[in-house]
Structures are given as structure tokens and as C-alpha cells.
Design a protein around this ligand. Structure first.
Ligand code: HEC
Length: 188
């Protein structure tokens, strides 16, 4: 009898709830953190683009993105970063695990996966220490193309060259993977 009630209950739960609850707690935590990062950076970017134009917005990204990452690292206990196969910031160069994951995201996207849902959670050994690692793909949207697209305006390009002489993060099209959030935390 109990069994029947239980299975009836489970059947009544929406599929999304079931999928969520079966994921490791740490993965859900990291997912939440990615939301927070985006939720703080996107409005700053939008505001700067609107009020002062893209050249100034480059400066905002230059200052705010690392600041947000640092604050989130402190408040969450995760090491918070963003990486890319075509990095702009010097700290966005992926390590071996990140590179492999970014390549897996690309392969998934090429076979039709929804970029917004691409993520990876794993416990890996890092310098002998079990470590939680999490990555979530970041899609390229319209607003991104001014600074990451194929036709970056000359004034923006000049500003980018000044701040990021090694910049590889242009030439993207809408809908491509721009990079990924990458978080890690030592497992106790
Ligand atoms: C005004 C110019 C500008 C716009 C618009 C912009 N970015 Fe960036 N982006 C930057 C700059 C500058 C950096 C380097 C930030 C830093 O120093 O940490 C950056 C870095 C990144 C990174 C970190 C990895 C790397 O290569 O350094 C990702 C991911 C990223 N941008 C995604 C996006 C996405 C997605 C959008 C659209 C929603 C977007 N950007 C829009 C200027 C811009």
C-alpha cells in the first residue's frame, strides 16, 4: 500500500523537479552561483552600454567582471572564474580539465544540444586533493557581438587592444559558445 502511494506521488511530480532533486547538492549550489554571477554582470554591462556606449562598457567589464568574481569567491567559498577556448582576460586561459570540458561543450553544441543547458560537474583530484569542479557554458547573444563579434567597431577594438594585447575573444557569431563559468572548491 505504502509503495503504491509513493509511486503515485512520484508520478505526480513534474519531470523537472525529479531531475533537479537527483543532482548532487554541490552541483545545484554551483548552478546557483553561475546565476548570481550572470545576474550581477549583465545589468552592469547593459547599463554601461546604454548610458555611456561600448568603449566605456569595455572598461566596465575590465573592472567589474574580476570584481564580481572575487566577491562571489569570498562569499561562496568556491573559486569563481570564467574561461574560454578563445580567451580575452589572462585568467580566462583554461587548464587541462577546463579545456577538455569546453571541447566537450563544443561537440555537444555541434550535435544539436541546447547551449543554455550545457554544464559539467565532477569531483577530480587536483594536487592530490579531491576537488569539486563545475562548468556551465555561456552562449553568445546579440549584445555580446559589439565586443566579441566579427565586426567590432574600431574604437572598441582599440580599447580592447590597449587592455588585452593577447585578446583572442572576437570573431564569434550569435548562438556560439563564448566561454564558460568555471568554479572549483576543495572537498573536505
Ligand atoms: C563592452 C564590451 C563587451 C561586451 C558587450 C561583452 N563583453 Fe564579454 N568581455 C569583455 C571584456 C573586456 C572581457 C574581459 C573581462 C576581464 O578582464 O575579466 C570579457 C570577458 C568575457 C568572458 C570571460 C572569458 C574571456 O574570454 O575573458 C566571457 C565568457 C564573456 N566576456 C562573455 C560575454 C557575453 C556572453 C556577452 C554578451 C552577453 C559579452 N561577453 C559581452 C567585453 C565585453
Amino acid at each position: 500500500m505504502k509503495k503504491i502511494i509513493l509511486s503515485a506521488l512520484i508520478a505526480a511530480l513534474p519531470a523537472s523537479v525529479m531531475a533537479e532533486s537527483s543532482l548532487p547538492e554541490k552541483q545545484l549550489e554551483a548552478r546557483q552561483l553561475a546565476k548570481q554571477f550572470l545576474g550581477q554582470l549583465k545589468p552592469e554591462l547593459g547599463k554601461a552600454m546604454k548610458s555611456a556606449g561600448p568603449v566605456h562598457a569595455v572598461d566596465v567589464c575590465y573592472k567589474k567582471a574580476p570584481e564580481i568574481a572575487q566577491n562571489l569567491s569570498q562569499s561562496s567559498g568556491w573559486n569563481v572564474n570564467r574561461v574560454s577556448l578563445k580567451p580575452r582576460a589572462v585568467n580566462a586561459v583554461p587548464d587541462a580539465w577546463e579545456k577538455q570540458t569546453l571541447e566537450w561543450f563544443e561537440a555537444q553544441a555541434n550535435s544539436g544540444a541546447d547551449i543554455k543547458k550545457l554544464e559539467k560537474f565532477e569531483i577530480v583530484k587536483l594536487d592530490g586533493q579531491d576537488t569539486y569542479r563545475y562548468m556551465k557554458a555561456i552562449p553568445t547573444g546579440d549584445i555580446c557581438l559589439t565586443c566579441h563579434g566579427t565586426a567590432v567597431p574600431p574604437a572598441v577594438k582599440a580599447k580592447l587592444e590597449e587592455l588585452y594585447p593577447q585578446d583572442k575573444a572576437t570573431g564569434f557569431h550569435k548562438g556560439q559558445i563564448r566561454g564558460a563559468f568555471s568554479f572549483q572548491q576543495a572537498k573536505n
